[in-house]
Design a binder for this molecule. Sequence first.
Ligand SMILES: Cc1cc2nc3c(=O)[nH]c(=O)nc-3n(C[C@H](O)[C@H](O)[C@H](O)COP(=O)(O)OP(=O)(O)OC[C@H]3O[C@@H](n4cnc5c(N)ncnc54)[C@H](O)[C@@H]3O)c2cc1C
Length: 409
Amino acid sequence: MKKQVIVIGGGASGLAAAIMAKTNHHSVLLLERNHDCGKKLSMTGNGRCNYYNQDQDLSHYHTTEQEVLKEIITEDNQKSLLTFFDEIGLVPRIREGYYYPYSNQASSVTKLLKKKAEELGVQTETDCLVQTIVKKSDKFYLETTKGPKQAAVVILAAGSKAYTKTGSDGSSYELAQRLGHTILPVLPSLTFLKGQEKALYKIWAGVRSEAILTLYENGQVKKVEQGEIQLTKEGISGICTFNLSRFVAHGLLDGTKEEIKINFLPCLEKPTKEIARNFFEERNHKLKNRTLAELLEGILKEKLITVILKKAHLRESIAWQELSMEEQDRFLEILLAFPFSPIQTGDYEQAQVCQGGIPLKEIDCQTMESKKVKGLFLVGELLDVDGDCGGYNLTFAFLSGMLAGKGIK
Ligand SMILES: Cc1cc2nc3c(=O)[nH]c(=O)nc-3n(C[C@H](O)[C@H](O)[C@H](O)COP(=O)(O)OP(=O)(O)OC[C@H]3O[C@@H](n4cnc5c(N)ncnc54)[C@H](O)[C@@H]3O)c2cc1C
Protein backbone atom coordinates (compact mmCIF):
# COMPACT_ATOMS: atom_id res chain seq x y z
CA MET A 1 0.00 0.00 0.00
CA LYS A 2 1.28 3.47 -0.90
CA LYS A 3 2.34 5.34 2.23
CA GLN A 4 3.24 8.94 3.02
CA VAL A 5 6.91 8.73 4.07
CA ILE A 6 9.10 11.41 5.62
CA VAL A 7 12.86 10.85 5.58
CA ILE A 8 14.75 13.01 8.09
CA GLY A 9 18.30 13.73 6.89
CA GLY A 10 19.66 13.94 3.37
CA GLY A 11 22.98 12.18 3.96
CA ALA A 12 24.10 8.80 2.63
CA SER A 13 21.50 6.74 4.48
CA GLY A 14 18.64 9.21 3.97
CA LEU A 15 19.19 9.57 0.21
CA ALA A 16 19.37 5.78 -0.19
CA ALA A 17 16.21 5.34 1.90
CA ALA A 18 14.31 8.00 -0.04
CA ILE A 19 15.28 6.48 -3.41
CA MET A 20 14.26 2.97 -2.36
CA ALA A 21 10.99 4.09 -0.76
CA LYS A 22 10.06 6.04 -3.89
CA THR A 23 11.11 3.12 -6.12
CA ASN A 24 8.62 1.09 -4.10
CA HIS A 25 5.88 3.59 -5.01
CA HIS A 26 5.54 5.42 -1.70
CA SER A 27 5.14 9.15 -1.55
CA VAL A 28 8.41 10.53 -0.15
CA LEU A 29 9.35 13.85 1.44
CA LEU A 30 13.02 14.27 2.36
CA LEU A 31 13.81 16.89 5.01
CA GLU A 32 17.36 18.21 5.30
CA ARG A 33 18.45 20.94 7.71
CA ASN A 34 21.32 22.14 5.49
CA HIS A 35 20.93 24.18 2.35
CA ASP A 36 21.81 21.08 0.33
CA CYS A 37 21.92 17.31 0.81
CA GLY A 38 25.04 15.19 1.22
CA LYS A 39 27.43 17.69 2.81
CA LYS A 40 29.33 14.99 4.72
CA LEU A 41 29.13 12.47 1.88
CA SER A 42 30.82 14.96 -0.47
CA MET A 43 33.78 15.24 1.93
CA THR A 44 34.38 11.53 2.40
CA GLY A 45 37.54 9.63 1.56
CA ASN A 46 39.59 12.82 1.28
CA GLY A 47 37.16 14.02 -1.37
CA ARG A 48 37.19 10.67 -3.21
CA CYS A 49 34.53 8.71 -1.26
CA ASN A 50 35.50 5.17 -0.41
CA TYR A 51 31.98 3.75 -0.40
CA TYR A 52 32.46 -0.03 -0.33
CA ASN A 53 35.05 -2.72 0.19
CA GLN A 54 35.31 -6.20 -1.29
CA ASP A 55 36.50 -7.48 2.08
CA GLN A 56 33.25 -7.60 4.01
CA ASP A 57 34.57 -9.58 6.95
CA LEU A 58 32.41 -8.66 9.93
CA SER A 59 35.49 -7.87 12.01
CA HIS A 60 35.58 -4.52 10.17
CA TYR A 61 32.27 -3.55 11.80
CA HIS A 62 31.83 -2.83 15.51
CA THR A 63 28.66 -3.08 17.54
CA THR A 64 27.56 -4.48 20.86
CA GLU A 65 25.35 -6.94 18.92
CA GLN A 66 27.49 -8.65 16.31
CA GLU A 67 24.88 -11.43 15.90
CA VAL A 68 22.24 -8.93 14.75
CA LEU A 69 24.71 -7.20 12.46
CA LYS A 70 25.34 -10.54 10.74
CA GLU A 71 21.71 -10.45 9.64
CA ILE A 72 22.21 -7.05 8.02
CA ILE A 73 25.62 -7.41 6.29
CA THR A 74 24.57 -10.54 4.39
CA GLU A 75 25.84 -11.57 0.96
CA ASP A 76 22.39 -11.01 -0.55
CA ASN A 77 22.14 -7.52 0.91
CA GLN A 78 25.60 -6.68 -0.39
CA LYS A 79 24.61 -7.85 -3.88
CA SER A 80 21.50 -5.66 -3.70
CA LEU A 81 23.66 -2.74 -2.58
CA LEU A 82 26.02 -3.15 -5.54
CA THR A 83 22.98 -3.28 -7.84
CA PHE A 84 21.70 -0.11 -6.17
CA PHE A 85 25.02 1.64 -6.86
CA ASP A 86 24.87 0.47 -10.46
CA GLU A 87 21.29 1.69 -10.86
CA ILE A 88 22.09 5.20 -9.66
CA GLY A 89 24.85 5.27 -12.30
CA LEU A 90 27.91 4.85 -10.07
CA VAL A 91 30.90 3.38 -11.90
CA PRO A 92 33.46 1.95 -9.45
CA ARG A 93 37.19 2.41 -9.47
CA ILE A 94 38.43 -0.53 -7.42
CA ARG A 95 41.87 -0.35 -5.79
CA GLU A 96 42.94 -3.35 -3.72
CA GLY A 97 39.28 -4.07 -2.98
CA TYR A 98 38.43 -0.46 -2.02
CA TYR A 99 35.61 1.10 -4.09
CA TYR A 100 35.68 4.74 -5.19
CA PRO A 101 33.65 6.49 -7.88
CA TYR A 102 35.50 6.26 -11.20
CA SER A 103 35.58 10.08 -11.25
CA ASN A 104 37.51 9.96 -7.95
CA GLN A 105 35.17 12.70 -6.74
CA ALA A 106 32.98 12.21 -3.69
CA SER A 107 30.67 14.97 -4.90
CA SER A 108 29.75 12.87 -7.92
CA VAL A 109 28.27 10.20 -5.61
CA THR A 110 26.11 12.87 -3.96
CA LYS A 111 25.06 14.25 -7.35
CA LEU A 112 24.10 10.80 -8.68
CA LEU A 113 21.98 10.11 -5.58
CA LYS A 114 20.30 13.52 -5.72
CA LYS A 115 19.59 13.19 -9.44
CA LYS A 116 18.06 9.74 -8.99
CA ALA A 117 15.88 10.97 -6.12
CA GLU A 118 14.74 13.95 -8.18
CA GLU A 119 13.97 11.84 -11.27
CA LEU A 120 11.89 9.43 -9.23
CA GLY A 121 9.89 12.31 -7.78
CA VAL A 122 11.22 12.44 -4.20
CA GLN A 123 10.20 15.83 -2.82
CA THR A 124 13.07 17.50 -0.99
CA GLU A 125 12.87 20.39 1.46
CA THR A 126 16.21 21.81 2.50
CA ASP A 127 16.93 24.35 5.28
CA CYS A 128 14.37 22.32 7.21
CA LEU A 129 15.41 21.30 10.71
CA VAL A 130 13.19 18.70 12.36
CA GLN A 131 12.72 19.75 15.99
CA THR A 132 10.24 17.25 17.39
CA ILE A 133 8.43 14.06 16.35
CA VAL A 134 5.32 12.85 18.12
CA LYS A 135 3.30 9.76 17.25
CA LYS A 136 -0.47 9.87 17.79
CA SER A 137 -2.56 6.85 16.76
CA ASP A 138 -1.17 5.87 13.33
CA LYS A 139 0.47 9.16 12.38
CA PHE A 140 3.71 11.00 13.07
CA TYR A 141 3.48 14.76 13.67
CA LEU A 142 6.69 16.72 13.12
CA GLU A 143 7.59 20.25 14.15
CA THR A 144 10.14 21.72 11.78
CA THR A 145 11.65 25.11 11.04
CA LYS A 146 9.47 25.07 7.93
CA GLY A 147 6.25 24.36 9.76
CA PRO A 148 4.41 21.22 10.85
CA LYS A 149 4.48 18.03 8.75
CA GLN A 150 2.81 14.67 9.08
CA ALA A 151 3.34 11.20 7.71
CA ALA A 152 2.42 7.56 8.27
CA VAL A 153 6.08 6.51 8.15
CA VAL A 154 9.23 8.27 9.36
CA ILE A 155 12.75 7.19 8.43
CA LEU A 156 15.19 8.78 10.85
CA ALA A 157 18.48 9.17 8.98
CA ALA A 158 19.90 12.20 10.77
CA GLY A 159 23.36 10.75 11.49
CA SER A 160 25.49 10.93 14.63
CA LYS A 161 27.36 13.84 16.16
CA ALA A 162 30.63 13.43 14.30
CA TYR A 163 31.79 16.40 12.20
CA THR A 164 28.97 18.54 13.55
CA LYS A 165 29.65 21.22 10.96
CA THR A 166 28.17 18.91 8.31
CA GLY A 167 24.76 19.02 10.00
CA SER A 168 24.80 15.91 12.17
CA ASP A 169 24.83 17.49 15.62
CA GLY A 170 23.35 14.63 17.65
CA SER A 171 19.74 15.79 17.32
CA SER A 172 18.96 12.34 15.87
CA TYR A 173 19.66 10.76 19.27
CA GLU A 174 17.34 13.18 21.03
CA LEU A 175 14.55 12.60 18.51
CA ALA A 176 14.89 8.80 18.84
CA GLN A 177 15.14 8.94 22.64
CA ARG A 178 11.97 10.99 22.94
CA LEU A 179 10.22 8.29 20.91
CA GLY A 180 11.31 5.70 23.47
CA HIS A 181 14.64 4.41 22.16
CA THR A 182 17.72 3.67 24.24
CA ILE A 183 20.96 5.46 23.38
CA LEU A 184 24.15 3.54 24.18
CA PRO A 185 27.08 5.84 25.13
CA VAL A 186 28.15 7.80 22.06
CA LEU A 187 31.91 8.29 21.66
CA PRO A 188 34.20 9.52 18.89
CA SER A 189 35.77 6.97 16.55
CA LEU A 190 38.16 7.16 13.56
CA THR A 191 40.17 10.03 14.96
CA PHE A 192 43.68 10.96 16.10
CA LEU A 193 45.23 10.24 19.47
CA LYS A 194 46.98 12.59 21.85
CA GLY A 195 49.83 11.27 23.98
CA GLN A 196 51.84 12.33 27.01
CA GLU A 197 55.21 13.33 25.58
CA LYS A 198 54.54 16.66 23.88
CA ALA A 199 58.21 17.70 23.91
CA LEU A 200 59.11 14.65 21.76
CA TYR A 201 56.08 14.98 19.49
CA LYS A 202 57.05 18.58 18.70
CA ILE A 203 60.14 17.15 17.02
CA TRP A 204 58.42 14.48 14.92
CA ALA A 205 55.44 16.67 13.92
CA GLY A 206 54.70 16.39 10.20
CA VAL A 207 56.55 13.10 9.63
CA ARG A 208 54.84 10.12 7.98
CA SER A 209 56.27 6.70 8.59
CA GLU A 210 55.51 3.05 7.91
CA ALA A 211 54.77 1.30 11.19
CA ILE A 212 52.96 -1.48 12.98
CA LEU A 213 50.76 -0.29 15.84
CA THR A 214 49.78 -2.74 18.56
CA LEU A 215 47.12 -1.63 21.01
CA TYR A 216 47.30 -3.21 24.46
CA GLU A 217 44.41 -3.01 26.88
CA ASN A 218 45.36 -3.86 30.46
CA GLY A 219 48.45 -5.55 29.00
CA GLN A 220 46.52 -7.72 26.49
CA VAL A 221 46.78 -7.24 22.72
CA LYS A 222 43.50 -5.73 21.50
CA LYS A 223 44.21 -4.84 17.87
CA VAL A 224 47.14 -4.61 15.46
CA GLU A 225 47.28 -2.21 12.51
CA GLN A 226 49.99 -1.87 9.87
CA GLY A 227 50.49 0.96 7.39
CA GLU A 228 51.44 4.60 7.26
CA ILE A 229 51.11 6.64 10.43
CA GLN A 230 51.23 10.39 10.71
CA LEU A 231 53.23 11.81 13.57
CA THR A 232 51.73 15.02 14.91
CA LYS A 233 52.63 17.65 17.49
CA GLU A 234 50.15 16.06 19.88
CA GLY A 235 50.65 12.39 19.10
CA ILE A 236 49.68 10.11 16.22
CA SER A 237 47.16 10.11 13.40
CA GLY A 238 46.39 8.45 10.05
CA ILE A 239 44.29 5.44 9.11
CA CYS A 240 46.00 2.89 11.41
CA THR A 241 45.58 5.22 14.38
CA PHE A 242 41.95 5.94 13.41
CA ASN A 243 41.18 2.22 13.46
CA LEU A 244 42.44 1.94 17.04
CA SER A 245 40.76 5.12 18.29
CA ARG A 246 37.33 3.58 18.99
CA PHE A 247 38.88 1.17 21.49
CA VAL A 248 40.99 3.89 23.08
CA ALA A 249 37.97 6.20 23.46
CA HIS A 250 36.09 3.40 25.18
CA GLY A 251 39.04 2.37 27.34
CA LEU A 252 39.77 5.92 28.51
CA LEU A 253 36.14 6.22 29.60
CA ASP A 254 36.17 2.88 31.43
CA GLY A 255 39.55 3.42 33.09
CA THR A 256 41.18 0.58 31.10
CA LYS A 257 44.97 0.92 30.78
CA GLU A 258 45.55 1.76 27.11
CA GLU A 259 49.01 1.53 25.58
CA ILE A 260 50.18 1.48 21.97
CA LYS A 261 53.55 0.05 20.97
CA ILE A 262 54.84 1.40 17.67
CA ASN A 263 57.16 -0.76 15.61
CA PHE A 264 59.06 1.59 13.32
CA LEU A 265 60.84 -1.29 11.56
CA PRO A 266 58.05 -3.15 9.73
CA CYS A 267 60.66 -3.80 7.02
CA LEU A 268 62.07 -6.60 9.19
CA GLU A 269 60.73 -10.07 8.67
CA LYS A 270 59.88 -10.41 12.38
CA PRO A 271 59.88 -7.71 15.05
CA THR A 272 62.22 -9.56 17.44
CA LYS A 273 65.19 -7.94 19.13
CA GLU A 274 67.54 -10.63 17.82
CA ILE A 275 66.52 -10.15 14.19
CA ALA A 276 66.86 -6.38 14.61
CA ARG A 277 70.24 -6.79 16.32
CA ASN A 278 71.54 -8.93 13.43
CA PHE A 279 70.18 -6.40 10.97
CA PHE A 280 72.15 -3.56 12.60
CA GLU A 281 75.26 -5.72 13.06
CA GLU A 282 75.29 -6.50 9.34
CA ARG A 283 74.42 -2.93 8.34
CA ASN A 284 77.16 -1.55 10.55
CA HIS A 285 79.64 -4.00 9.09
CA LYS A 286 78.63 -3.17 5.52
CA LEU A 287 78.64 0.61 6.09
CA LYS A 288 81.90 0.50 8.03
CA ASN A 289 81.17 1.70 11.54
CA ARG A 290 78.74 4.56 11.33
CA THR A 291 76.91 6.42 14.10
CA LEU A 292 73.41 5.29 15.11
CA ALA A 293 71.89 8.29 13.36
CA GLU A 294 73.83 7.41 10.20
CA LEU A 295 72.79 3.76 10.44
CA LEU A 296 69.13 4.81 10.55
CA GLU A 297 69.58 7.11 7.56
CA GLY A 298 67.50 5.85 4.64
CA ILE A 299 65.24 3.85 6.96
CA LEU A 300 63.61 6.56 9.07
CA LYS A 301 63.07 10.26 8.48
CA GLU A 302 65.55 12.58 10.16
CA LYS A 303 63.14 14.02 12.76
CA LEU A 304 62.03 10.56 13.76
CA ILE A 305 65.66 9.44 14.19
CA THR A 306 66.14 12.34 16.62
CA VAL A 307 63.08 11.26 18.62
CA ILE A 308 64.14 7.60 18.72
CA LEU A 309 67.59 8.46 20.02
CA LYS A 310 66.24 10.96 22.56
CA LYS A 311 63.73 8.41 23.82
CA ALA A 312 66.49 5.80 24.10
CA HIS A 313 68.73 8.36 25.89
CA LEU A 314 71.51 7.92 23.32
CA ARG A 315 73.73 10.54 21.65
CA GLU A 316 73.28 10.93 17.86
CA SER A 317 77.06 10.65 17.46
CA ILE A 318 77.41 7.34 19.28
CA ALA A 319 78.47 4.43 17.07
CA TRP A 320 76.89 0.95 17.08
CA GLN A 321 80.06 -0.75 18.30
CA GLU A 322 80.32 1.71 21.21
CA LEU A 323 76.97 0.61 22.65
CA SER A 324 76.84 -1.59 25.73
CA MET A 325 74.51 -4.57 25.51
CA GLU A 326 72.02 -2.74 27.69
CA GLU A 327 72.16 0.33 25.38
CA GLN A 328 71.70 -1.86 22.30
CA ASP A 329 68.65 -3.41 23.93
CA ARG A 330 67.22 0.01 24.75
CA PHE A 331 67.79 1.26 21.21
CA LEU A 332 66.16 -1.83 19.65
CA GLU A 333 63.28 -1.79 22.12
CA ILE A 334 62.42 1.81 21.24
CA LEU A 335 62.61 1.10 17.50
CA LEU A 336 60.46 -2.04 17.74
CA ALA A 337 58.06 -1.04 20.49
CA PHE A 338 58.03 2.73 20.95
CA PRO A 339 55.63 3.24 23.88
CA PHE A 340 52.75 5.62 23.22
CA SER A 341 50.26 6.17 26.05
CA PRO A 342 47.11 7.82 24.70
CA ILE A 343 45.59 10.39 27.01
CA GLN A 344 42.84 11.66 24.73
CA THR A 345 41.20 11.06 21.35
CA GLY A 346 40.11 13.76 18.93
CA ASP A 347 36.66 15.05 19.87
CA TYR A 348 33.39 14.79 17.94
CA GLU A 349 34.33 17.67 15.68
CA GLN A 350 37.45 15.81 14.59
CA ALA A 351 36.11 12.25 14.55
CA GLN A 352 34.95 10.81 11.24
CA VAL A 353 32.27 8.73 12.93
CA CYS A 354 30.69 7.99 16.30
CA GLN A 355 30.42 4.65 18.05
CA GLY A 356 27.41 3.79 20.18
CA GLY A 357 23.86 5.01 19.55
CA ILE A 358 20.63 3.05 19.20
CA PRO A 359 21.13 -0.67 19.95
CA LEU A 360 20.45 -3.01 17.04
CA LYS A 361 18.18 -5.16 19.21
CA GLU A 362 15.65 -2.32 19.11
CA ILE A 363 15.16 -2.66 15.34
CA ASP A 364 14.01 -5.38 12.97
CA CYS A 365 17.21 -6.18 11.08
CA GLN A 366 15.35 -7.15 7.87
CA THR A 367 13.63 -3.79 7.50
CA MET A 368 15.31 -1.44 10.03
CA GLU A 369 11.86 -0.74 11.51
CA SER A 370 11.81 0.15 15.18
CA LYS A 371 10.52 -2.61 17.44
CA LYS A 372 9.30 0.10 19.81
CA VAL A 373 7.46 2.44 17.46
CA LYS A 374 5.63 0.99 14.46
CA GLY A 375 6.20 3.00 11.30
CA LEU A 376 9.52 4.46 12.54
CA PHE A 377 12.65 3.28 10.71
CA LEU A 378 16.17 3.96 11.99
CA VAL A 379 19.17 3.98 9.66
CA GLY A 380 22.80 4.99 9.29
CA GLU A 381 25.28 6.16 11.84
CA LEU A 382 22.77 6.89 14.60
CA LEU A 383 22.62 3.12 15.14
CA ASP A 384 25.17 1.31 17.29
CA VAL A 385 27.42 0.33 14.37
CA ASP A 386 30.74 1.84 13.39
CA GLY A 387 33.24 0.54 10.90
CA ASP A 388 36.96 0.62 10.26
CA CYS A 389 38.34 2.97 7.63
CA GLY A 390 37.85 1.34 4.23
CA GLY A 391 34.28 2.13 3.15
CA TYR A 392 32.51 0.27 5.97
CA ASN A 393 30.67 3.25 7.42
CA LEU A 394 29.21 4.31 4.11
CA THR A 395 28.36 0.71 3.28
CA PHE A 396 26.37 0.47 6.49
CA ALA A 397 24.70 3.84 5.90
CA PHE A 398 23.68 2.99 2.31
CA LEU A 399 22.71 -0.58 3.11
CA SER A 400 20.55 0.29 6.13
CA GLY A 401 18.92 3.14 4.19
CA MET A 402 18.21 0.83 1.29
CA LEU A 403 16.67 -1.85 3.58
CA ALA A 404 14.41 0.72 5.24
CA GLY A 405 13.19 2.10 1.91
CA LYS A 406 12.43 -1.45 0.75
CA GLY A 407 10.97 -2.52 4.08
CA ILE A 408 7.99 -0.14 4.23
CA LYS A 409 4.80 -2.17 3.80
C1 LIG B 1 35.80 13.64 6.80
C2 LIG B 1 35.07 12.34 6.72
C3 LIG B 1 35.49 11.38 5.81
C4 LIG B 1 34.83 10.14 5.75
N1 LIG B 1 35.21 9.24 4.81
C5 LIG B 1 34.55 8.06 4.70
C6 LIG B 1 34.88 7.13 3.67
O1 LIG B 1 35.70 7.40 2.78
N2 LIG B 1 34.24 5.95 3.69
C7 LIG B 1 33.27 5.63 4.61
O2 LIG B 1 32.73 4.53 4.57
N3 LIG B 1 32.89 6.52 5.55
C8 LIG B 1 33.49 7.73 5.61
N4 LIG B 1 33.10 8.63 6.56
C9 LIG B 1 31.93 8.30 7.43
C10 LIG B 1 30.60 8.48 6.66
O3 LIG B 1 30.62 9.70 5.98
C11 LIG B 1 29.40 8.44 7.61
O4 LIG B 1 29.45 7.25 8.36
C12 LIG B 1 28.10 8.49 6.82
O5 LIG B 1 28.04 9.67 6.04
C13 LIG B 1 26.89 8.45 7.76
O6 LIG B 1 25.74 8.59 6.99
P1 LIG B 1 24.37 9.03 7.66
O7 LIG B 1 23.39 9.13 6.57
O8 LIG B 1 24.06 8.16 8.80
O9 LIG B 1 24.66 10.46 8.30
P2 LIG B 1 25.08 11.84 7.61
O10 LIG B 1 25.80 11.61 6.35
O11 LIG B 1 25.74 12.63 8.68
O12 LIG B 1 23.68 12.50 7.24
C14 LIG B 1 22.78 12.97 8.21
C15 LIG B 1 22.03 14.15 7.61
O13 LIG B 1 20.96 14.51 8.48
C16 LIG B 1 20.87 15.91 8.56
N5 LIG B 1 20.23 16.22 9.84
C17 LIG B 1 20.72 16.02 11.09
N6 LIG B 1 19.81 16.36 12.02
C18 LIG B 1 18.72 16.80 11.34
C19 LIG B 1 17.45 17.29 11.75
N7 LIG B 1 17.12 17.37 13.03
N8 LIG B 1 16.57 17.68 10.79
C20 LIG B 1 16.89 17.60 9.47
N9 LIG B 1 18.08 17.13 9.03
C21 LIG B 1 18.98 16.73 9.96
C22 LIG B 1 22.31 16.38 8.48
O14 LIG B 1 22.42 17.71 8.07
C23 LIG B 1 22.91 15.38 7.48
O15 LIG B 1 22.82 15.87 6.16
C24 LIG B 1 33.73 9.87 6.63
C25 LIG B 1 33.31 10.86 7.53
C26 LIG B 1 33.96 12.08 7.57
C27 LIG B 1 33.47 13.12 8.53
